[in-house]
Design a protein around this ligand. Structure first.
Ligand SMILES: [Zn+2]
Length: 154
């Protein structure tokens, strides 16, 4: 038997609010890994009712644009460059390339970008290119958790 999954309401960047279906009480939980991460949490209300709560905090930051970052492509040829993140959603990001690029739909990249001020470590992801429009590129996350990108171009 699968449990129903509630989606959190869009709360503040510090937490998400929810409402218990059984007793109607509302509560707030904070995202365990910071405002940039989605999380599935098991909530147990004081009334004893428990349910899973999906927190999708990236949505809150959709308008927080112009985050500096970089990308690295390994195949079909090595390419890297500076990017500016202009759009963030649950499943991916959109960015503009600061320089010339040869990215194509279907390319797999590693991207890294700084989170908004107040957040700590850089965001790192494996992504696949879904859209290329001049210098604007849309990519989809293909990693469930942030990937480590510690290789640097020589
Ligand atoms: Zn309750």
């Amino acid at each position: 038997m699968s449990r129903p999954v509630k989606r959190s309401r869009e709360g503040s960047s510090r937490g998400a609010s929810f409402r218990c279906d059984r007793c109607g009480k509302t509560g707030t939980v904070s995202s365990p890994r910071g405002p940039w991460h989605s999380a599935l949490l098991r909530i147990t209300c004081r009334c004893g009712h428990s349910f899973d709560l999906l927190i999708e905090q990236r949505r809150l930051l959709r308008r927080q644009t112009r985050l500096p970052g970089s990308y690295r492509r390994v195949s079909p040829s090595v390419e890297d460059g500076r990017i500016t993140i202009i759009d963030v959603s649950v499943g991916g990001v959109g960015f503009t390339c600061d320089g010339r690029h040869s990215l194509q739909v279907g390319d797999t990249l590693a991207i890294e970008f700084r989170r908004p001020p107040g957040d700590d470590s850089p965001e790192q992801h494996q992504v696949v290119v879904r859209r290329v429009d001049g210098s604007e590129v849309g990519v989809e996350f293909i990693d469930a958790v942030p990937a480590i990108v510690d290789e640097r171009p020589v």
